[in-house]
Write a protein that binds this ligand. Sequence first.
Ligand SMILES: Cc1cc2nc3c(=O)[nH]c(=O)nc-3n(C[C@H](O)[C@H](O)[C@H](O)COP(=O)(O)OP(=O)(O)OC[C@H]3O[C@@H](n4cnc5c(N)ncnc54)[C@H](O)[C@@H]3O)c2cc1C
Length: 504
Amino acid sequence: MSAAEKTVPTKAKKVSEIQQWDIETDVAIVGFGGAGSSAAIEAADAGVTVHIFEASSAAGGSTALSGGEVYLGGNGGTAMQRQFGFDDQSADMEKYLLMQHGPQSDEAKVAAYVDGGVAHFDWLVDKNIPFKQSFLDERVVEPMTDDCLIYSGNEKTWPEIEHCKPAPRAHVVQMAGMGAGKVLMQHLQKAVEDRGVNIHYDARALCLIIDEADSIVGIVVRIDGKELNVKAQGGVILCAGGFVMNEEMVKQYAPKLTRCNIPTGNPGDTGSGIQMGMSVGAAAINMHEGFASIPFYPPSTLTFGMIVTDKGQRFINEDAYHGRVGTALLEQNSERIYFIVDVDAYGDYEKLNFMNADVVATGDSIEELEQELKLPKSCLTHTMKLYNEFAEQGEDPMFHKQPAWLRPLEAPFVALDITPGRGAIFPYFTLGGLDTKIAGEVLKVDGTVIDGLYAAGRTSCGIPRRGSGYNSGISIGDATFFGRQAGIAAAARAKESQVSDTAA
Ligand SMILES: Cc1cc2nc3c(=O)[nH]c(=O)nc-3n(C[C@H](O)[C@H](O)[C@H](O)COP(=O)(O)OP(=O)(O)OC[C@H]3O[C@@H](n4cnc5c(N)ncnc54)[C@H](O)[C@@H]3O)c2cc1C
């Protein structure tokens, strides 16, 4: 092999370097997780040949490790939402998602996602994915039961509650306990297998192959130690997950996440899909953003507590989603951050440990707690006095914590150190990726499409764009929904090229 032909992982090869095609297909998909399986199902249903290449020995990726929560609604509600009386209007869901992700939002994608949400839920049900007919009205990260519908974000917190009618939108796949993503993936995998898709496990995609007109015409994959050239008539769909497991990339692009301590994903989240795209000029956007969480509930009673800086000052409504609180913690200019709660809400601090955070002080009065924490005199005492005065009336004029979670805090008190990097659990994953259109076409920095290249799931930058606006369920919702769009688009391109080949 000449030097020019040597494959450098993620660096694109020119078609002129390819001496033979080892596999020919209409659509080639990289990654067999939520996005890849959904793309494969749609492409196969469109009647084209599909090959899917998965680096590990089984399907699943992060989707199989996940909680199996899928964030869907709008159009008057999914069948599940309607059953429990939630007539979730598209305008509310759309406004909510746009508030969540702010100026980073892709408005066209959000509109398409909301518009197609009800049909997407039906599509999942059609793939025999089980959802129990139930609504769990509790503050949970994931249900420990096999229940379905939950509130999984900031729907009922300020400021969203003042602008968008809340509705529970996370549809959790039926399975008792946490981790229902594996049930979701089992059914998606079966749907892929049933359609005769060519599945290659232990098959790592190395790089894209590009022709003289800058169209993507295939990929190089490594199977059994051999490099194979795959020609993809309709295109290549990159569904290789995000980059949370690539320390160098996290340091380079999303350094604030390095203060978190639990990379949440699968070993394949190395950013190889994003890098393959970048090697052919794709724009990688929003790369600094990530989901960062301090999972302080359950027990939901901790929500009655208050979170303060080393100046004894609050900075957030503590009834917000754990990912918003986690993100806010990363943004504080404070040596320490403490979770202050009363024993009534905490329980026995000699025995119980939450978030893996150290109990760093206890006090029979707020003054005693303040002294033990070595905070500036009267700051915490003042914060607590003010908080309690308003809480007595069910109000929080500073941060608008909702009345359901307001009551005066009473001694004895417990203080937990939840400073990022000091031991408390901080799961995180990345939200940046390749810039794509609704149908998954990958864009260059100048906004033009890279012909023949598609991306979906965490390899792309989808609906979730800000840690402060993340909701559980939005990643799998986004990965499966836009994976499908990419599968449809690549299949259509394959068919077009078949027609033009015949005409020629
Ligand atoms: C513990 C946990 C809980 C979560 N809970 C939820 C939840 O309840 N709801 C929610 O919405 N989100 C949740 N998330 C996030 C969500 O699971 C992911 O963001 C989403 O599943 C990503 O889907 P994907 O298809 O993009 O990637 P994945 O499902 O990770 O699939 C990518 C696949 O690509 C493969 N791959 C990577 N590189 C290559 C290569 N070069 N060649 C071939 N194959 C390659 C990987 O091995 C992997 O199988 C959770 C994540 C975790 C880890």
